[in-house]
Write a protein that binds this ligand. Structure first.
Ligand SMILES: [Zn+2]
Length: 85
């Protein structure tokens, strides 16, 4: 049968950090899978609260924001150097 996601077994132990299973189900639309440990974390989580992996929010396919910023600064500096030589 396709279309039914099997529910993960509820673990009441080891839940002193992070949301409970009910929270994960309630916010099932805004969770994502950690690329490091493959567990569910909130979409707006800065880091994975399972393994501590930093979660990026730049979306798939695009370079990180700092890469674009660095490229823009380098390009501006290059143009400036070219203009004043
Ligand atoms: Zn993780």
């Amino acid at each position: 049968v396709v279309g039914r996601v099997p529910r993960s077994p509820r673990r009441d132990e080891e839940l002193d950090e992070g949301p409970s299973a009910e929270d994960l189900e309630r916010f099932s639309g805004v969770t994502r899978t950690c690329p490091s440990c493959s567990k569910e974390v909130f979409d707006d989580a800065e880091v994975c609260y399972h393994c501590g992996e930093a979660m990026s929010h730049t979306g798939e396919g695009g370079p990180p924001k700092w890469v674009m910023l660095t490229a823009g600064v380098l390009l501006a500096a290059f143009v400036l150097l070219w203009l004043v030589r």
